[in-house]
Design a protein around this ligand. Sequence first.
Ligand code: NAD
Length: 483
Amino acid sequence: MPSTRLANLIDGRLQPPLDDRWLDVYEPATGAVFAQSPDSSAADVDAAAKAAQKAAPGWAATPAETRARLLHRLADLIEARLDEFAALESRDSGKPVSLAKRLDIPRAVSNLRFFAAAIVGWESEAHAMETGAINYTLRHPLGVVGCISPWNLPLYLFTWKIAPALASGNVVIAKPSEITPCTAALLGELSIEAGFPPGVLNIVHGRGPTTGQAIVEHPAVKAISFTGSTRTGASIAATAAPQFKKLSLELGGKNPAIVFADAELSEENLNTIVRSGFANQGEICLCGSRLLVQRSIYDSFRERYLAKVKALRVGDPQAASSDLGALVSREHFDKVMRCIMQAREEGGRILCGGDALQLDGRCADGWFVAPTVIEGLANDTHTNQQEIFGPVVTLIPFDDEAQALAIANGTGYGLAASLWTGDLSRAHRMGAQLEFGIVWINCWLLRDLRTPFGGSKQSGVGREGGAEALRFFTEPRNICIRY
Ligand code: NAD
């Protein structure tokens, strides 16, 4: 029996699930269970919804400055325990603790602070009419909203949703992934210490098809902000649409990274290109898993790129020396290994990696996969069309801009693209034509939290970030006055 049992946060109190049912939480680096989280039922979600409904009017009437102060306090409490959060995130997800410390937890803190500041500075629109009238827009919180997040950036994406929802005056029922629930549970405890009124933030742990579905179905829940797979997004949309719930869906991707011969391929840029494929074991929705390289530099680029990928150290996530840790679950490990097998069957040449890794010592039973680079596959193969979401990158040569565009856009997804070129005109031209919600030029994962974030096609509906998120979580009302 693992020593740690997480609790739901409902009505300001930490509570076990009503049915006393529990889910095992695994440490991916060892394959061992280290905690249990509530396997909550629809009754738990209903209790959270009732608490939230009770808290809604008070929270909506709370001045923005007060809401912001509570979010800042929560951010401070998390920051004060940065090491503990980073260690927990790493243990729960398999990512290197160094990455959690550098990226995940600081970004979670920034999310809370960013939206705390944003709500205080938020302006509403006014439209004057020459005919003697003025319109202004009021924005009301929606009431109870659902926030459902995935396992790859657990606290980072959890806070990316709850921060704008709470800042704009909504009450929240949030569900982190059942695969990585630990840091959200700790955040829940700290939210009590921060002083959030009971029922304003409720965290209900559990499985997607049961707990998650109950949140989406609940009539009190007016909007769902979801990040996860395209398949789950489709199922959520089917449930929510007949109830006319507002939906924000951030889904999967099959992102291209495009390298032109005129790109400045400094060590720093090459390191970023490598990182864009393999950071967090490739388990970032924004990772470039199709690496398009102009044919005139293909051979020389491949040599330099492979040398860097082979030098990546896969190891115990607790070790400072590890660049990559373990994949998040046995199931996901099996999926990634199946994808690699399929790439071989499709005729792909494995240039490096291609195998699971057996580590020594405490990580002997962990779910590790060697960074894998594959070439020789057409863009319409399964390997180049399906989201693998692991440390697997394919190399695809192209001749010119038109072909690069056709290959890059030749996917059902439209989340993010990165482009490496020294030609400014090309950068603008391609930026306008790449069918992705986010285009990075000569950089990757450079994030300004004010910008619209999200994807097109099967990568999602709606945008998060900055004012987009605040608009999503509020209902506009136009007031027109004639004078
Ligand atoms: P997932 O869809 O399996 O699960 C995501 C969340 O949804 C989990 O909390 C899960 O419990 C819940 N869920 C599952 N079924 C549900 C249902 N029927 N109703 C309500 N909730 C349900 O995704 P995952 O495997 O946790 O995450 C990986 C996926 O997330 C990848 O496809 C990745 O690209 C995507 N992702 C997208 C972004 C983005 O910003 N676009 C960011 C990170 C991850």
